[in-house]
Design a protein around this ligand. Structure first.
Ligand SMILES: Cc1cc2nc3c(=O)[nH]c(=O)nc-3n(C[C@H](O)[C@H](O)[C@H](O)COP(=O)(O)OP(=O)(O)OC[C@H]3O[C@@H](n4cnc5c(N)ncnc54)[C@H](O)[C@@H]3O)c2cc1C
Length: 258
């Protein structure tokens, strides 16, 4: 190992699950203490030709778990993901010791409904919220969820991209404070799918109505694909949401139009 490691730990993959040829989940042992809040991200990287290539990855796991979980999409033309993709259980990667990010649950505004909108891997911080609150709810360790309710809508192209659907549907069946819906945008590639179709942003109005979400009592969180985040906020804005009640976590910058 030639690069300095004062700011990094060597994280080891302890579990891997592939969902599709370009989507996989890993659990890593962070290789040292790693304190974070649900909704934050870790910076993962590898050393390549004497340089560190690193990127941000939202943490799926809750701070109560002793491993970190990530949900990653392969970007074939990318610098890092084609190098992360071949890594298997036992392989290592660099993980910055300090988590980052402010995409955490808004518990200060007084709005007690939380509308969570995600494309595919953008579900990661929301799984972390729900796992964390579930544990608090079961243990009675603190005041969560109290009056807080989470309403989550996830979109993908096809249904096998919903890495956490089973888990989130189970939470939704058990927890009076959590609702979950999914939609796919390419039903012709997934003929067995009988659920919602269309993009997440197409369904924003339907679900704000169905779940009774109003700007006065609801904070919106949009995570993942930049087009969904932009369109979704446009729709929410026209429905009365104001800037300070919508938060976004953009996973990448859209390519500039030629
Ligand atoms: C706060 C934060 C959290 C993130 N969390 C996750 C996460 O949980 N899971 C995850 O998979 N990614 C996540 N990302 C994206 C991640 O940081 C990388 O950008 C992504 O993995 C691509 O890295 P790369 O080096 O392979 O591609 P790069 O070399 O960074 O990108 C190559 C080109 O592809 C474009 N691009 C990047 N990502 C995509 C994409 N998904 N679809 C289409 N084009 C893209 C870029 O704009 C660029 O033009 C997150 C990003 C941020 C800022």
């Amino acid at each position: 190992m030639s690069l300095p490691m004062e700011k990094h730990n060597l994280a080891t993959i302890v579990e891997r699950r592939d969902l599709a040829e370009d989507l996989w989940l890993i659990r890593v042992d962070p290789g040292g203490p790693f304190k974070f809040v649900a909704g934050q991200y870790a910076t993962l990287g590898i050393e390549h030709e004497g340089k560190r290539i690193e990127r941000a990855y939202s943490i799926v796991s809750s701070p109560y778990e002793d491993t970190l979980e990530f949900f990653i999409e392969l970007v074939p033309q990318g610098e890092l993901t084609p190098r992360l993709y071949p890594l298997r259980v036992g392989d290592t990667m660099h993980c910055r010791k300090i988590p980052k990010g402010r995409f955490t649950l808004d518990l200060k505004s007084g709005r007690t409904n939380h509308f969570l909108l995600a494309t595919v891997t953008g579900i990661a911080p929301f799984v972390s919220y729900v796992r964390t609150i579930y544990k608090d709810w079961k243990n009675g360790a603190n005041s969560m969820p109290g009056p807080h309710k989470l309403f989550c809508l996830q979109g993908g192209s096809r249904s096998w991209e919903f890495g956490y659907r089973d888990e989130l549907e189970k939470f939704a069946a058990e927890c009076p404070w959590f609702k979950f819906a999914t939609t796919i945008s390419r039903p012709w590639e997934d003929p067995a799918w009988g659920g919602e179709t269309g993009r997440v942003d197409d369904l924003v109005r339907k679900y704000t109505d169905q779940w009774g979400l109003k700007p006065a009592d609801t904070t919106a969180y949009l995570c993942g694909h930049p087009n969904m985040c932009e369109n979704g906020q446009g729709i929410l804005k026209r429905a009365g949401w104001q800037k300070g009640s919508m938060f976004e976590e953009l996973y990448f910058q859209p390519a500039k139009e030629a």
